[in-house]
Design a protein around this ligand. Sequence first.
Ligand code: S3P
Length: 172
Amino acid sequence: QAEKLLDQNIFLIGFMGCGKSTVADFLNRELSMEVIEMDQIIAKREGMSISDIFEVHGEAYFRELETKLLKEVGSCSRVVVSCGGGVAMRDCNVAEMKKSGCTVLLTACPETILQRTKDDHDRPLLEKNKSIEFIAELMEKRREKYEAAADIIIETDGKNKKEICEELVRKV
Ligand code: S3P
């Protein structure tokens, strides 16, 4: 089963704090899959944090950078891509991901998301309003697109990273 997993790109999608980076890191260590952290690459190329990109250039500019980077990733193979939480909101991004791999949606309830993100400071969308209500509202707005984009869905509440990754390997 791991061989099938290794034979394509894996795009981890889902809300901020759903565990994309944690799962990517685990797949890197356990299966030696190369990882592409979209936010990290964008921040490095722009020479500023994601929050600063939003502040200086605006969200639309950041979304264009995501789409451009995703097109580049399309020519890679056998990589795990930890996507920013907004990537699956654009249909062209979803089409791009499906061309070269499998999309795995990680989900978690708003309480879990708040718990996991409460001490982080580079998520501009959560910076001004880090509350269960706000997270629940944004999650609900995005739910349909996330689910439509997903080849596989994995619920992460109450599971550790090993369990989540084993489920991923089983389902891919
Ligand atoms: C965003 C999620 C963030 C980052 C940016 C916008 C979003 O990535 O790309 O702050 O729109 O959901 P993570 O999902 O890795 O936090």
